[in-house]
Ligand binder design. Sequence first.
Ligand code: NAD
Ligand code: GLY
Length: 364
Amino acid sequence: MITLNVDLEERSYPIFIGQDLLDDKSLISPYVSGKQVVIVTNETIAPLYLDKVFALFSDYQCETVILPDGEIYKTYEGILPIIDRLMEKQFDRRVTLVALGGGVIGDMTGYAAAIYRRGVNFIQIPTTLLAQVDSSVGGKTGVNHPLGKNMIGAFHQPQCVLADTNTLNTLDDRQLSAGLAEVIKYALINSKEFFVWLNNNMPALKDRESEALAYAIEFSCRDKAEVVAADEKEAGQRALLNLGHTFGHAIETGLGYGNCLHGEAVAIGMIMAADLSVRHGWIDQSVQQQIIELIGAANLPTQVPTTHNVKISVKQFIDLMAGDKKVLDGQLHLILLNTLGNSFITADFELDKLKQTLEAFATG
Ligand code: NAD
Ligand code: GLY
């Protein structure tokens, strides 16, 4: 087992990464302060892992909430079943919520924990690659609005993150690839060496070889833990973790939540960020090509999909991007690249060039 730490003074917490972690009651119990626990999961994950996780809390008054599965349910109304159960059972401020699932369950459960009685504890048990490398760490919680991704939310850190890599064995290939998009993101933000490693190890990752997956998860979490410790609430460098996300969120929202997976949209968004960087002369076209090839090798899309018969126009891109969380005082900030393995945040890009990138990727 690997243990990393997110260093946030009194809100610091460990990330445990390894196999068979869901078999070990003693690992999680120090992070449950009260006697009451609510496990939140969904109808896909419950038959796979709920019994195992329920057994971890046999010494507590433990309730389960099983939500419908899908990004379309990550809404304000979608969290009400969690709040309703907490209210019905009159659970007190020492209750611990447990998020058992991917990023959707993690974000929703974390947000419910942030607002119930003005904030109670929660634990992340991420079961997708995307959640194990990104969403379970760092305390961003929230839900979508029809007009924008993750627009309603709160920063609320978990008590611990328990990433049992065995759970990845039941994940389908498309979801595994979606997680690889966020792994590639860490390489593009600040590590050429990791980019080279990913190039060499992509077949092993797709074959779910445990050593390769463990290294990719550890690298990603270590990187994210450092960034979050330095800039918890995204006053500066944490924004780099949103590489590809401004374009990606527009794609996700524009195509309809769930039609393009979050990781897939981020993959296309990172290629768009590279495209805009090439247009400014900040990176060479050959670098963009290497990024496209790695993303393609991860079985991720490199163009906006048209399979759902929904199109996204330049105007839609512009409208959706105008509502991005990185618009400050009316000015859009983007994460762009200045070498392979180095990204930066800037509002200093040419609008004409942005329009050219959008035209190259718009589908309608
Ligand atoms: P997801 O939570 O929808 O999970 C993907 C699918 O896999 C779902 O159908 C789920 O039921 C299923 N699943 C989960 N674990 C499984 C397992 N072990 N075996 C079989 N099936 C399993 O999607 P995701 O990619 O994990 O998360 C995407 C969400 O995360 C988006 O809403 C995104 O906005 C959010 N996100 C948040 C952060 C953050 O910092 N909070 C960061 C990145 C992404
Ligand atoms: N996924 C971006 C962040 O956590 O900041």
